[in-house]
Write a protein that binds this ligand. Structure first.
Ligand code: NAP
Length: 437
């Protein structure tokens, strides 16, 4: 028998567990260890609440968790409740699937002013992440800005733009919906330091901006290179640029109360305000020979009392695990960190790619493990039994997948009409459902 510990229950963790379960069958036991009492990581706390079709992938993960050789072990924070060294002494291989939940910083003056929030915080706030439930982003001003030209920036801008009933069918948490209902925000500026050709936005997500009930996209035709330049683009990317060109050609719909303004070639320089963010100062840029943004020296201000920085994420380091500071992820070679220690997903590659990208990633690492520890072999490691003993010694009560089912039922029962669930947010609320408060 082999024993594996996968740390983190987001997409990368589940795909890796799935691949290991397939490779080893009954010859291995796999524990998916999660710091929260509830599973799914990015699916629960990151994917936009109005993108339920993406969240439905968790049904596939349920099948993995229901495999007799796989166990969900929630409420156990690795690096705190139990160390990596302890896990390595208990399991044949430890696979870090801890994602990249922390915001990268802009590193400009004024970034710490109230009103400036990272996208992980903002997304966590509307998605019921316990650390950000009290964020209370200021929505009392007319202007907001989102910095970054990726899909997360689009998510943030879209959520800020929607009317109450456009959230029907979503699982946005009640506190965020109420706050957004009262929002005074009318203009959301999406600030990109480069141009339309350099966006990292995908067609479906960009196209949604053209179908919002109360908001209209505003794009300047002058920002684009000649249309012939689009020929060199990869087809999916060209589709995104076409959508932007259409927005520019059609012009904003003046009947809509909110505007989503694309401000390209604008590099954030500093944030100003009297005790809170009031404006973002940007420098006009142009592309240099390598395609990077080069400042022109011309600056101007973008009014914004809420500024969401959406410029990427990093993986939090774990004591004793080699870390790549520059990449913001674990130092690894194709998923291998060291003897018996691996990483997958964003903790391996950095924060890029879709949910599905994590599947081949997990499979690849499972194959590496199977090559190093051929199925059929056995070890003297204590595995899950040893972990349970350690946790019992420390008075830590883990949650099981059945416990999650109970929490999920409570969330479904509490759902407002038209919503699949009302998420429980606090640790105490999760444990209360389990009769452990
Ligand atoms: P991203 O796609 O890497 O975009 C980050 C953006 O931040 C880029 O436009 C980048 O500009 C900009 N940026 C970085 N540093 C900056 C700085 N100092 N100043 C100004 N701008 C800066 O990251 P993301 O939006 O966080 O998305 C992460 C991953 O999740 C992506 O693969 C994304 O596609 C995926 N995702 C998918 C969906 C979906 O499929 N619905 C939804 C959300 C996220 P430069 O290009 O100039 O560096």
């Amino acid at each position: 028998m082999r024993h594996f510990a996968v740390i983190g229950s987001g997409p990368a963790g589940f795909y890796t567990a799935e691949a290991l379960a397939k490779a080893y069958g009954d010859a291995a036991r796999i524990d998916i260890i999660e710091k929260f009492p509830v599973p799914y990581g990015l699916i629960r706390f990151g994917v936009a609440p109005d993108h339920q079709s993406l969240k439905a992938v968790s049904r596939r993960y349920d099948k993995v968790a229901e495999d007799a050789n796989v166990r969900f072990v929630g409420n156990v924070a690795v690096g705190d409740a139990v160390s990596i060294a302890e896990l390595q002494s208990l399991y044949d291989a430890v696979i870090l699937a801890t994602g990249a939940p922390d915001d990268r910083k802009l590193g400009i003056e004024g970034e710490l002013l109230p009103g400036v929030v990272g996208s992980a915080e903002f997304v966590g706030w509307y998605n019921g992440h316990p650390c950000f439930a009290d964020l209370s982003p200021p929505l009392d001003g007319k202007y907001a800005a989102v910095i970054g030209n990726g899909n997360v920036a689009l998510d943030c801008a879209r959520i800020l733009s929607k009317n109450h009933h456009e959230f029907e069918g979503s699982d946005i948490v009640g506190h965020a919906l109420e706050a957004l209902d009262r929002s005074a925000v009318r203009t959301i500026t999406i600030v990109g330091r480069r141009g339309p050709h350099q966006i990292s936005m995908t067609p479906k997500e960009l196209g949604e901006l053209g179908h919002l009930e109360a908001a209209t996209p505003v794009v300047e035709g002058d920002d684009f290179p000649p249309v012939e330049a689009d020929d060199a683009l990869e087809p999916g990317h060209r589709k995104s640029i076409n959508i932007l060109r259409d927005f520019a050609a059609t012009g904003p719909d003046g009947s809509k109360a909110r505007r989503i303004v694309f401000d390209f070639f604008a590099r954030p320089v500093r944030i100003e305000g009297n005790g809170r963010a009031e404006r973002l100062i940007v420098e006009r840029t142009e592309l240099d020979e390598s395609g990077s943004a080069r400042g022109t020296g011309e600056t101007y201000e973008v009014p914004a009392s809420l500024i969401v920085t959406s410029i990427g994420y990093h993986t939090p380091p774990i004591a004793g695990v080699p870390y790549d500071e520059r990449g913001g992820k674990f130092a690894n070679d194709g998923g291998v960190i060291g003897d018996g220690l691996y990483c997958v997903g964003w903790a391996r590659r950095g924060p890029s790619g879709t949910i599905g990208t994590n599947r081949p990633d997990g499979q690849e690492v499972a194959e590496l493990i199977a090559a190093a520890l051929p199925p059929g072999g056995s070890s003297a490691k204590a595995g899950g039994v040893g972990l349970d003993a350690l946790l019992a010694e420390r008075g830590i009560r883990a949650t099981s997948f059945d416990d999650w089912r109970s929490i999920e039922s409570a969330e479904t029962a509490a759902a407002r009409p038209g919503s699949p669930r009302e998420k429980l947010i606090r640790h105490a609320d999760w444990l209360k459902v389990l009769g452990r408060s």
